[in-house]
Design a protein around this ligand. Sequence first.
Ligand code: ATP
Length: 230
Amino acid sequence: MKPTENEIIISLRNISKRWAGKTALTDINFDVRQGDFIAITGPNGGGKTTLLRILLKLLKPTEGNVTYYRDGKPADELSIGYLPQKNLIDSHFPIDVEEVIASGLIGENLPSNKVKSRVKETIGLMGLESHAKASIGNLSGGQLQRALLGRAIISRPKLLVLDEPLSYVDKRFEHYIYDLVAELAKTTTLLLVSHEMSTIAGMANRHLIIDHTLTECHSAHHHVHYDCDD
Ligand SMILES: Nc1ncnc2c1ncn2[C@@H]1O[C@H](COP(=O)(O)OP(=O)(O)OP(=O)(O)O)[C@@H](O)[C@H]1O
């Protein structure tokens, strides 16, 4: 599939990142367009998470610029839902599933009854009804992953950034997440980091390999070798 011709919502220009002299990313340039479903893959340590964090403005690049656009004009903010890699979460933080999911609505200024109904709906969507009051430290890896995915989607963001959404999720729920992502892709711009060759990356319309530099592939069969087939 060809990239969509819709308007640009994020542009990255000449992004480089170095940590203590070690280069994580070199001269990355790309645009995210509204309606894109972008799958990002690449070897361990290639810089995928670093790139996502720069794109989310959680991390400053050593060089280069990230610009958000709304209605074609540069904007300070963009509504983004983010599912981080599970190992970036402190699961000892004393917070329960309902609170984690509700925290995805911070800044939305919704009335409390609306917040309640959205939380309930999202908990149902994530199959976490029986764990709503469980502290996140007592969840299995897959349950925590679902709670974090619920937090990422509850605000119905314009862009959803998913870093390895299938890690820790069991086979049964994996299919459920495929279907959910397919459904979300109809209305939401998606950026998905996925290690392995997977059906989920096959749903994307653009495929990027990040191995310190960026390569955009024009077929979806590159995941095994981290190399474009074409
Ligand atoms: N906070 C940090 N301080 C120092 N170096 C870092 C930091 N975060 C990442 N790095 C380094 O930057 C490089 C890219 O890491 P990053 O986590 O972005 O890769 P990745 O492609 O997401 O890897 P993985 O597939 O293992 O998740 C690695 O060499 C890593 O050690």
